[in-house]
Design a protein around this ligand. Structure first.
Ligand SMILES: Cc1cc2nc3c(=O)[nH]c(=O)nc-3n(C[C@H](O)[C@H](O)[C@H](O)COP(=O)(O)O)c2cc1C
Length: 300
């Protein structure tokens, strides 16, 4: 119930509709017990959520304690629980406006296409610089966190190494010459009975593996890596090189590496590397209301 806290909570209460319009929730947290906070809320007609932290636990975790006292601090936490902005030692005047304006910028940016999705390309200019095992493992974790039918996790990955990598590179088609420079190539293999097989021809193993590779590619892009899936290989040779059992389908190889010199690519690939992103018009592949409808609708 200090002047600073009162003013701050009133300012945030006044701005609450603006925060709500950005789908944000505002919570104030203080060492006071819940009963005292309830009284405070009532006395000043506050509408933000108030949380009690008598042991200063969250406060310490957020680094908002100094010499045993709380530091007035604000954190903007996004829907993935990532702290996107913070200020410790906040001055109350105009603070709510400032937070609102920072939040507006963050939300506006987040409503754009995800940068990793936008930036990802099937880049071919990989450097021959090695990628360490922990990094490759992180990519595999990302893939393995993918959803799958009944959580069947139909994906099997083989990361080629040493002799198996050399043998795998022999299985590439000529057009995939560029992948020979790559330090890491992994194979994605599966078979129909590792996943749901439902009526209407819905064998889900390929779908599941595709989603897993999608996750892997996004994670790789975030980490500054190229992850390029390819189908241009001899599947029998790949199975032999990696000792993949006969009944498996080698769905794709994923070529992984850091960005390298595009001048080592063929002229065609050099043009593609930084050329415009080619896609059919969205209306050709996505429909509103009924399959195949041409005009864009609004879902009503
Ligand atoms: C299943 C699959 C197989 C592919 N096979 C090859 C390939 O053998 N060689 C190659 O250079 N690119 C291959 N690509 C990359 C595609 O050509 C590329 O994703 C597509 O042209 C779109 O470009 P973008 O990924 O840069 O947006 C493959 C992609 C997928 C998903």
């Amino acid at each position: 119930m200090t002047q600073g806290c009162t003013r701050e909570d009133q300012d945030f209460t006044r701005r609450l509709p603006d925060f709500a319009a950005l789908r944000a929730k505002v919570a104030g947290i203080s060492p006071d017990p819940p009963e005292r906070l309830a009284k405070f809320r009532e006395r000043y007609g506050l509408r933000i959520t108030l949380l009690a932290d008598p042991e200063l636990e969250p406060a310490a975790a957020y680094g908002a304690v100094k010499d045993g006292k709380t530091l007035r601090s604000t954190f903007i936490i996004d829907p993935t629980w990532t702290i996107r902005w913070y200020e410790r030692g906040v001055k109350v005047p105009r603070h709510a406006e400032q937070v609102l304006s920072v939040l507006r910028e963050i939300v506006t940016a987040d409503r754009e296409l995800d940068p990793a999705i936008r930036f990802r390309r099937a880049y071919r200019a990989t450097a021959d610089e090695p990628v360490d095992k922990a990094t490759v493992e992180r990519l595999l974790q990302a893939a393995h966190l993918s959803p799958s039918c009944f959580n069947n996790q139909p994906w099997r990955f083989v990361v080629a190494e040493g002799e198996s990598l050399t043998a795998l590179k022999e299985a590439l088609t000529g057009g995939n010459y560029w992948a020979k420079r790559a330090p890491v190539i992994l194979a994605v293999a599966s078979k129909p009975d590792l996943d749901c097989r439902l009526a209407g021809g819905r064998d889900y193993f390929l779908f599941g593996c595709g989603m897993a590779v999608g996750n892997l590619m996004i994670q790789a892009t975030r980490m500054g890596l190229i992850a390029h899936p390819i189908a241009g290989f001899d599947p029998e040779k790949v199975k032999e090189a990696l000792r993949i059992l006969e009944e498996y389908v080698v769905i794709a190889l994923v070529v992984v590496g850091y960005h390298g010199d595009p001048n080592l690519l063929s002229d065609k690939h050099k043009t593609l590397e930084y050329g415009p992103r080619e896609r059919k018009p969205l209306a050709e592949v996505a429909f509103w209301r009924y399959f195949g409808t041409k005009e864009a609708g609004n879902g009503k």
